[in-house]
Design a protein around this ligand. Structure first.
Ligand code: AMP
Ligand code: GLY
Length: 424
């Protein structure tokens, strides 16, 4: 059977997912809401209020949509899966409660504690227990990690060296610094190590492991400066060797899937495990209930298998019969961003985009097509993903790819992936 699919989202992640879907002969038609200039060249961009599930349902009925693939977390945390439970349309994404693994840090921590999954020690506090929290912080080892419980657009985590400052921030968070997201604050033990991400596709019982990745969050070289939505990524990750993989499966993935079953969570979708290696042991920093961005821009190009067949196996609960084929090549992506990002930046700058090739593919994020030209329409503009036989060549090719792209104010990091060369 072939499928008509609606993909929700408009970033580089969604362009990468759209590319994989439209590469499949089993995709009948793909709609992307809202999409960007990149998805527009592959599929049909549609303007839909995706926060209004009635509107989404009407669209799906009119256009005979079989599946909705949800890119970002918000619709999942808002319960899009639950809304469509009695509809013909199937959602690739977890239920509202299961999405709390991302939507509530305290929920995720309690889940991990219950399932004995390695993670930083923690306590959760509210206004009612503020004084207890302050007392804890007065003698807490530094650095101190404070996390807003709910979704805070990637800004809800503070890592502080100074106890007095941590106490001030803790109080300010509980008084609404991040709105309802920080009505509960998690105080966490600080873990020191190197981070990486592992992705799992599951139907809640069986699972398939996708290629792993490492992302680069800061605006500046050597990971200095302000946090961004992601400046680049690499897959595979050289220090994620067989021994580490075995530990991740046994200590993290297996108990996570067991917990999903034990708690009777409906989970047809992706689990993004944000991990940190501490003395060669994996700890979970966070769960996300979706694929990552920019990780998808290196993970999906390394998948050889038909992605529509993977979605089908997830929806039909036949993942036990599914085996995922991946490419041995290394993928590196380098994001070009608008000048000024992550602060204020201009939009509407015309972009000169080279033609895609087997060696370099341009995944659009903040772009918009106007007549026959493409202009910037966001902070993170286009990710240049290169594939090569080794990391060094992939790094170089991705740099060449980013350099060949031009728009006024363009900035990109020149060090993406270089920190991983010593691990080879
Ligand atoms: P999160 O939003 O939970 O992914 O946190 C954002 C970033 O903060 C992570 O990617 C880590 O770099 C850092 N972080 C979060 N929790 C910890 C922790 N317990 N120890 C050290 N770093 C952390
Ligand atoms: N790259 C991190 C995220 O997608 O949340």
């Amino acid at each position: 059977m072939n499928y008509t699919i609606l993909l929700i989202g408009g970033g580089g992640r969604e362009h990468a997912i759209a590319k994989a879907i439209t590469d499949s002969p089993r995709c009948e038609k793909l709609y992307v809401a809202p999409g960007n200039a990149g998805t527009q060249s592959l599929a049909f961009n549609v303007t839909l209020d995706t926060g209004n599930f009635d509107t989404v349902a009407q669209f799906c009925e009119s256009y005979h949509v079989d599946w909705i693939v949800v890119g970002p977390e918000q619709p999942l945390v808002d319960g899009i899966y639950d809304y469509f439970i009695d509809h013909k349309v199937k959602i690739i994404g977890p239920s509202k409660v299961a999405a709390m693994l991302e939507g509530s840090k305290s929920f995720a921590k309690a889940f991990m504690k219950k399932m004995n999954i390695p993670t930083a020690g923690y306590r959760a506090f509210t206004q009612e227990t503020l004084q207890e929290g302050v007392n804890l912080l007065k003698s807490h080892p530094t650095p101190i990690v404070l996390k807003a419980d709910g979704l805070a657009a990637g800004k809800g985590v503070l890592i502080l060296e100074d106890r007095d400052e941590a106490i001030r921030e803790f109080k300010s968070m509980l008084s609404g610094k991040f709105g309802v997201a920080s009505q509960t604050v998690v105080v966490e033990e600080f873990l020191s190590g190197i981070e990486f991400s592992v992705f799992v596709a599951t139907d809640g019982k069986e699972y398939v492991i996708l290629p792993e990745a490492k992302d680069y969050k800061r605006i500046g070289e050597q990971d200095k400066g302000l946090n961004t939505g992601g400046m680049g990524a690499v897959s595979p990750v050289p220090f994620y060797d067989d021994a580490m993989k075995a530990k991740v499966i046994k200590q993290v993935i297996e108990p996570t899937i067991a917990g999903i079953q034990q708690e009777a969570l409906d989970y047809t979708g992706f689990i993004f495990l944000g991990l940190i290696s501490v003395d060669n042991n994996p700890y979970v920093i966070e769960y996300n209930c979706r694929m990552g961005d920019p990780e998808t821009e290196v993970v999906f190009p390394r998948i050889k298998s038909d992605i529509v067949s993977l979605f089908e196996a997830m929806v039909d609960n036949t993942l036990d019969q599914y085996s995922l084929e991946t490419k041995a090549e290394t993928a590196v992506t380098v994001f070009s961003v608008s000048g000024g990002y992550p602060g204020a930046y201009d939009k509407g700058k015309e972009i000169d985009i080279p033609v895609d090739s087997d060696q370099c593919y341009y995944y659009h994020a903040g772009t918009k097509a106007i007549d026959s030209s493409v202009v910037t329409n966001g902070g993170r503009v286009i990710a240049a993903t290169a594939l090569a036989n080794d990391l060094e060549s992939a790094i170089q090719r991705a740099q060449e790819g980013a350099k060949a792209l031009t728009f006024e104010g363009q900035y990109y990091r020149t060090d993406i992936g270089k920190d991983l060369l010593p691990y080879l």
